[in-house]
Ligand binder design. Structure first.
Ligand code: PLP
Length: 394
């Protein structure tokens, strides 16, 4: 008999994963080329050539015992040094290797930091719409996820409500920009205001509130949009980075946390996070891919391919009468449903072999997420279905 806690988790199991399975089922019936699966954020652009070269070079030239062996739970020292240096060059920060902890993707990093920070009943605030897995990551450590309602005008965080919902129990705030599911980048103006509010509330309650910046989409920004580097705006910032999307390596499970010296109690956090990485059972981030990413810190996936998909999908959907904000980053379009129920709309879309995810999964009903990390041709072939859908409804 599985645990009560897991029974609950199984019941609420990810809608996105369920859609992915549904896609495979429909493909079996109609043929994969006639099913338009926009449900999962699985990169459709190949990893940069540098990744393959780095793998081959490491395997051909380095000592295989050391390449595949255990290391410090934080990761290889030289890899952390290379990442710290690269961040310092890009953002004018002063990180040292000790500020970097290599993780099993962003998901592993977020679990490590929540295990490190949360006491049972501690509150973690997030802004809807948000990546639905945060619910589980916070619950894993008996924290409470506090959700700020969406600002559907432009999907920047609703800071008025935020101010009201910070309490003495607020231990952390988690934000994600470029955002999954909206593609919106939180502006510098937003970040400055958010940091001011946090400082004000820390003072009022005499607490430390950590700002956790979940950044798997940092490199996927269009039109040279600026993605503010948060440690510059707020001292108690912890950054969770991932190479899943920036180098198209989601299955390799590689990312890192940045725990800056400016963060309150940083020395204890670093020690505790290191141990959390071990006792959660990750032990350390995958050793080969630590070395690979260290050689590819300036490599980039072809963002232009996603940009072409963005233009094609956005321009056409808007011309059919759909309402949505043009994404500035990531590879998602968040569209207002022309009927009230987002779940019902997804079912109607499924009848046209189009798989999309209800906004409810992201704490924002009345919208759907379309992941456009697919082939350009898939979008072209799905467009008549999107057009027919809205025409039939109207
Ligand atoms: N955070 C957000 C906002 C995501 O969209 C994802 C994956 O889609 C993750 C975290 C998890 O990323 P990773 O594959 O690096 O664990």
């Amino acid at each position: 008999m599985i645990s009560n806690k897991m029974q609950e988790q199984v019941q609420n199991s990810s809608i996105i994963r369920a859609m992915f399975e549904e896609g495979k089922r429909l493909a079996g019936i109609h043929g994969a080329e006639n099913v338009f699966d926009f449900s999962l954020g699985n990169p459709s652009v190949e990893p940069p050539e540098e990744v393959k070269q780095a793998i081959l070079e490491i395997l051909n030239t380095e000592n295989s015992i050391s390449v595949h062996g255990y290391m410090n739970n934080s990761g290889f020292e030289e890899v952390r040094a290379a990442i710290a240096q690269s961040l310092n060059n890009k953002f004018g920060t002063t990180f040292l290797p000790q500020n970097i902890l290599m993780t099993v993707g962003a998901a592993g990093g977020l679990n490590v930091i929540f295990k490190t920070l949360l006491n049972p009943g501690d509150e973690v605030i997030t802004f809807a719409p948000f990546f639905g897995e945060y619910r589980s990551y916070v619950k894993n450590y008996e924290g409470e996820l506090v959700i700020i309602s969406p600002n559907t005008l432009n999907f920047q965080p609703n800071l008025e409500e935020f101010k009201q919902k910070i309490t003495p129990k607020t231990k952390a705030v988690i934000i994600n920009s470029p955002n999954n599911p909206t593609g919106v980048i939180y502006s510098e103006e937003t970040i400055v205001k958010l940091a001011d509010i946090l400082r004000e509330k820390q003072k009022e309650f005499g607490t430390d509130i950590y700002l956790v910046s979940d950044e798997p989409y940092r490199e996927l920004a269009y039109d040279n949009a600026n993605v503010p580097y948060l440690s510059k705006y707020y001292a108690n910032t912890i950054i969770g980075y991932s190479f899943s999307k920036s180098l198209s390596l989601p299955g390799e499970r590689i990312g890192y946390l940045v725990i800056p010296n400016q963060a309150a109690d940083f020395e204890n956090i670093i020690v505790a996070a290191n141990i959390a990485n071990r006792i959660l059972g990750y032990v350390n981030a995958p050793s080969l891919f630590q070395r690979v990413v260290a050689k590819c810190l300036d490599a980039k996936v072809d963002v232009d391919t996603y940009n072409k998909n963005r233009e094609l999908l956005y321009n056409n959907l808007v011309s059919y009468g759909y309402e949505c904000i043009k994404p500035e980053g990531a590879f998602y379009l968040f569209v207002k449903t022309p009927i009230e129920s987002d779940v019902e709309f997804c079912n109607l879309a499924k009848e046209k072999n189009i798989l999309i995810v209800p906004g409810t999964a992201f704490g924002c009903p009345g919208y759907v997420r379309i992941a456009y990390c697919v082939a350009y041709r898939t979008i072209e072939k799905a467009l008549p279905g999107f057009k027919a859908l809205i025409a039939e409804i109207k």
